[in-house]
Ligand binder design. Structure first.
Ligand code: F6R
Length: 612
């Protein structure tokens, strides 16, 4: 949430900052701003409410600002309405400091009162402005930029990734991090900060992830990183091998559509290296079979779509390991006094690896002694770094706010964990293991055949985009799949939608079904197909318009009752949701397209949720 970028070098800063922000806009798009500093003119700040394009047009792509060092920000509003004044960068009253911030300063009210009593005048309603004002306040005492930053960091509480400029030190940016992502990029005679590596792909692939409590001083000549005690420390660099093109639309109208179509390839990357000689082999996992056998409790903890992957994982892990698995929303887990000890495994799922709720749950579980195995997409992200073990999904950068390829690869990795654990525990049936492995190998190809039928889904969406409310129903795996289909639809098309376990309908919800209500009935799970059919008949009897999703082998039977039937190829039962999710993603996409929604940047949302 909120994207930040900083540049110091020999080139004009503003165009680079705007370009970097354009790759971070998915983190927040309420407003945007940049500040550059030059020895002659001091700090120049420009900002504008709305999308980055508004600011970029206002600055003629950055040509209107002169200065070779600067910071930029794209905002997801927390404190204060999205308007020009509340946009970052924030300037101190005397104009000496400019600050960009991602996170929340929790004790800002108290600091603001203190500064007001000292005669400081505030302009905005934000928590961030206190950082700029406090910097100037301390600087007036100590006359040293670095020292003033140290004093500010000791005074503020909360989460922050900060980029700071000082008019008296026009050769440097100071950056600081606590509980919000921030990385340093190393170029030739130029250096960068950014919330996310995608901002830096055209400029450098050599990066360092800052840790909590660290402060960095960036100049043209180099970067010095200090720990919380202000001792200089050496940092390891990592090389990022993502292509620039992977963070661009590549001819697709939206990132979301591109990422939906990238799923077969992403699945190949997640699956192929981990299947060897008919077995699941996690060379990248440290857990031993002995450790797996010693766990007495297993949790899966995540948010949003990653939580939906966890719901599916519960069904498959319990089936394959015969151990009970609890799936928890990360935001609830940390406050639920969870029963966790050193015989507990917590599987944490996160695309971004930066979701604050998930991170907090991870820390809570770790503090209670749990072993943390995470499934993460972004290499080197906070969750990956703080886990005991991490399995990467290798989905490549996901830019659209609504997740698609990350979901699919998380699911494949979790399925493989189920197989590996089942084998370690001796609980998985040999024939089933062999069948699932063989079907995992074919999964990307089968997904391609589902994608090939995208026009059928587009046609259906063009006839059904005007509903006020849509229901998804299914049982077991199909229920968990319905939750994801429903979330996709509501987040990008703004249509109210609910997912129900079909058997639960008659306990209350069926009262909402009336003539013309659209019900998406999921009946892919062979074992429960007859039950799914009964529920379809029930809703049809009450006037529902049904779109059914089933397998090829059940198409004919479904068509006897339902005229709109989508199918996926037959595969192992536990892999059906991996195929079934694709038509649901496409349905949400095409409905949102028909309704003229801003698909990649839905209202009120942001890609990486780094506030609680
Ligand atoms: C929905 C979506 C969100 C995320 C959730 C967790 O399309 O993308 O629900 O799944 O915010 O994010 P990560 O996986 O980055 O922790």
């Amino acid at each position: 949430m909120c994207g930040i970028v900083g540049f110091v070098g020999q080139r004009e800063a503003a165009p680079i900052l705007l370009d970097g922000l354009s790759r971070l806009e998915y983190r927040g798009y309420d407003s945007a701003g940049v500040a550059v500093v030059s020895p002659q003119k001091g700090i120049d700040v420009r900002k504008a409410k709305g999308r980055l394009q508004v600011l970029s047009d206002m600055l003629h792509g950055g040509a209107d600002m002169q200065g070779r060092i600067g910071i930029g920000h794209t905002r997801w509003a927390t404190h204060g309405a999205p308007n020009d004044v509340n946009s970052h960068p924030h300037l101190s009253e005397g104009g000496k400091f400019a600050v960009i911030h991602n996170g929340i300063i929790e004790n800002y009210v108290e600091i603001k009162e203190f500064l007001i009593n000292q005669g400081v005048h505030f302009r905005s309603e934000t928590d961030t402005e206190v950082v700029a004002q406090l910097l100037e306040f301390y600087y007036n005492e100590c006359h040293d930029f670095f020292d003033a930053v140290g004093r500010v960091l000791r005074r503020i509480e909360g989460a922050y990734a900060l980029g700071m400029l000082c008019a008296d030190c026009p050769d440097r940016i100071i950056a600081a991090r606590k509980d919000a992502p921030l990385l340093i990029g190393y170029g030739e005679g130029e250096n960068f900060i950014a919330s996310d590596v995608t901002a830096l792909l055209p400029y450098t692939r050599e990066v360092t992830y800052m840790e909590d409590g660290e402060v960095a001083v960036l100049t043209t000549d180099g970067v010095a990183v200090y720990d919380a005690l202000q001792q200089r420390i050496a940092k390891e660099r990592c090389h990022i091998d993502w292509e620039v093109s992977s963070a661009e639309k590549g001819g697709y109208p939206h990132f979301m559509l591109k990422e939906i179509f990238e799923q077969p390839e992403a699945l190949r990357r997640a699956i192929s290296p981990r299947l060897k000689g008919g077995k699941v082999v996690f060379e990248d996992m440290k857990l031993t079979a002995e450790q797996i056998r010693a766990f007495s409790r297993v949790y899966i903890v995540a948010c949003g779509s990653s939580y939906h992957v966890g719901m599916l994982g519960k069904y498959t892990l319990e089936h394959l390991t015969r151990r009970s698995v609890e799936v928890c929303l990360a935001s609830e887990f940390r406050y639920s006094d969870p029963i966790v000890d050193d015989h507990t495994l917590v599987i944490v799922i996160s695309q971004s690896g930066e979701t604050l709720d998930t991170m907090a749950a991870l820390r809570e579980a770790k503090a209670r002694g749990a072993y943390i195995l995470s499934i993460v997409n972004v290499v080197g992200s906070s969750i990956a770094r703080e886990s005991d073990d991490v399995l990467y999904t290798w989905a490549g950068p996901e830019i659209a706010v609504a997740t698609t390829k990350a979901y699919s690869t998380q699911l494949a990795v979790l399925d493989m964990i189920g197989l590996a654990f089942g084998e370690a525990l001796g609980t998985v049936d040999g024939a089933e293991y062999a069948q699932v492995v063989s079907e995992l190998e074919k999964l990307p190809e089968k997904m391609e055949t589902v994608l090939a039928h995208h026009e059928d889904i587009q046609k259906f969406a063009s006839e059904h985009f005007n509903h006020n409310s849509i229901f998804f129903i299914g049982r077991n795996l199909d229920y968990a799949l319905g939750l994801e289909g429903s979330l996709k639809l509501k987040e990008i098309s703004y249509i109210h939608s609910e997912a129900y376990a079909s058997g639960e309908l008659k306990h209350g919800t069926i009262s909402l079904i009336e003539e013309g209500t659209l019900v998406v009935a999921l009946g892919t799970y062979d074992k429960l197909f007859d039950k799914a059919m009964s529920n379809v008949v029930e809703v049809k009897a009450r006037g529902a318009d049904v779109l059914a999703l089933t397998t090829e082998s059940h198409r004919a039977e479904m068509e006897k009752t339902v005229s709109n039937v989508l199918t996926v190829p037959d595969t192992a039962a536990m892999l059906l949701p991996s195929l079934g999710v694709v038509p649901l993603q496409l349905f949400a996409y095409y409905v949102a397209l028909q309704r003229g929604c801003d698909i990649d940047k839905p209202r009120n949302l942001a890609k990486s949720v780094t506030v609680e």
